[in-house]
Design a protein around this ligand. Structure first.
Ligand code: T3D
Length: 263
C-alpha cells in the first residue's frame, strides 16, 4: 500500500511512522486512520521490526480528529462519535498498547485532543521543547478519549488530570516532563536524532524482555500487589526461556557485549 497521509519506513529494526498532514497539524481523517492501521499491521507482522517510532511532519505532532470532517451545523444529523472511536481511535490505542516491542513517540509540536493521548499511549515520549500538550476536547464539548481519562490521572494524578481536561490548558514540553507526563523534553533540533538513536538502541535489545516489561507495567495499574507479584513470576518464567536471556548471561560471564536477536 502506498501512503499519502503518513510516511512509513523500516530501517535497522526500527519502523518510523510519520504523520504527514502538516497543513492541518496532522489531524486524523479517515484516510489517515486507514493508512496508520495498515502500517501498524505491517509492524505487528514483521520479523524485522523491534521498535516503533511515531512522530509528525511540520509544526504539529497531531491535532486529534480532523474537525472539518465533522458536520455539526444546526439541523444536520449529529455524527456518531462513538462509532468513530470504536472503529478508529480505540483500535489504534489498543494496538500501540499491545505491540510487543517498545513504542517511542517523538512529539515534534503541538499535540492536541486525541493527538496528545496517542502520545501518552506510547511507551516512551520525547518532546521538542517547543511542543505542547492540550486536552482540547472540553473546548468543543467533548470528553478526552483515546485513553486520556485512563492514562492522564495515572501519569499526573487526579487533580492535574481533572484541571487539564476541564480547562484545556496548554502544557509546554518542559512542564510535561516535570509533571511526569513524558520522559524528556529535548532541544527542537535534537528531537528526531535523539528519538531515532533511542529507537535504534532499543531495537538491539532483548525485544521479548522489553515487551514483557511493558506488559507488567501496564498491568500494574489494575492489579493488586499480590496479583502483580504473581504476574512478575509468570513473566519472568517466559523471559527466562528466551534466547536473549541465555545470550545476556553468557555475554556477562564471558565479559563481552551481548548480541541480542530479539528471540
Ligand atoms: O470526532 C471523532 O471522531 C471523535 C474523536 C475525537 C478526537 C479528538 O481529537 S477531538 C479534538 C479535536 N481537536 C481539537 O479540538 C484541536 C483543534 N485545534 C486547535 O485547537 C489548534 O489548532 C491547536 C491548539 C492544536 C493549535 O493552534 P495554533 O494556533 O498553533 O494553530 P491553528 O492556526 O489553530 O491551526 C493551524 C491549521 O491547522 C489551521 O488551518 P488553516 O487556518 O491554516 O487552514 C487549522 O484549522 C488546522 N487545524 C488544527 N487543528 C485541526 C485543524 N484542522 C482540522 N482539524 C483539526 N483538529
Amino acid at each position: 500500500m502506498s501512503y499519502e497521509t503518513i510516511e512509513f519506513e523500516i530501517t535497522d529494526g526500527v519502523a518510523v511512522l510519520t504523520l504527514n498532514r502538516p497543513d492541518s497539524l496532522n489531524s486524523f481523517n479517515t484516510q489517515m486512520h486507514g493508512e496508520v492501521k495498515d502500517a501498524l499491521k505491517a509492524v505487528k507482522k514483521s520479523d524485522e521490526v523491534r521498535c516503533l517510532l511515531i512522530t509528525g511532519n511540520g509544526r504539529g505532532f497531531c491535532a486529534g480528529q480532523d474537525l472539518s470532517d465533522r458536520n455539526v451545523a444546526p439541523g444536520s444529523e449529529a455524527p456518531n462519535l462513538g462509532e468513530s472511536i470504536e472503529k478508529n481511535y480505540n483500535p489504534l490505542i489498543r494496538t500501540i498498547n499491545g505491540l510487543e516491542m517498545p513504542v517511542i513517540c517523538a512529539v515534534n509540536g503541538v499535540a492536541a485532543g486525541a493527538g496528545a493521548n496517542i502520545a501518552f499511549a506510547c511507551d516512551i515520549v520525547l518532546a521538542a521543547k517547543s511542543a505542547s500538550f492540550i486536552q482540547a476536547f472540553c473546548k468543543i464539548g467533548l470528553v478526552p478519549d483515546s485513553g486520556g481519562t485512563y492514562t492522564l490521572p495515572r501519569l499526573v494524578g487526579s487533580a492535574r488530570a481533572m484541571a487539564l481536561s476541564m480547562l484545556g490548558d496548554k502544557i509546554k514540553a518542559e512542564q510535561a516532563e516535570q509533571w511526569g507526563m513524558i520522559w524528556k523534553a529535548v532541544d527542537d533540533e535534537a528531537l528526531k536524532d535523539e528519538a531515532l538513536a533511542m529507537a535504534k538502541q532499543l531495537a538491539t535489545q532483548p525485544t521479548k524482555g522489553l515487551a514483557l516489561i511493558k506488559r507488567a507495567i501496564n498491568a500494574s495499574w489494575n492489579n493488586s500487589f499480590d496479583e502483580q507479584l504473581d504476574l512478575e513470576r509468570d513473566l519472568q518464567t517466559l523471559a527466562g526461556r528466551t534466547d536473549d536471556y541465555r545470550e545476556g548471561v553468557a555475554a556477562f560471564m564471558e565479559k563481552r557485549q551481548p548480541n541480542f536477536t530479539g528471540k
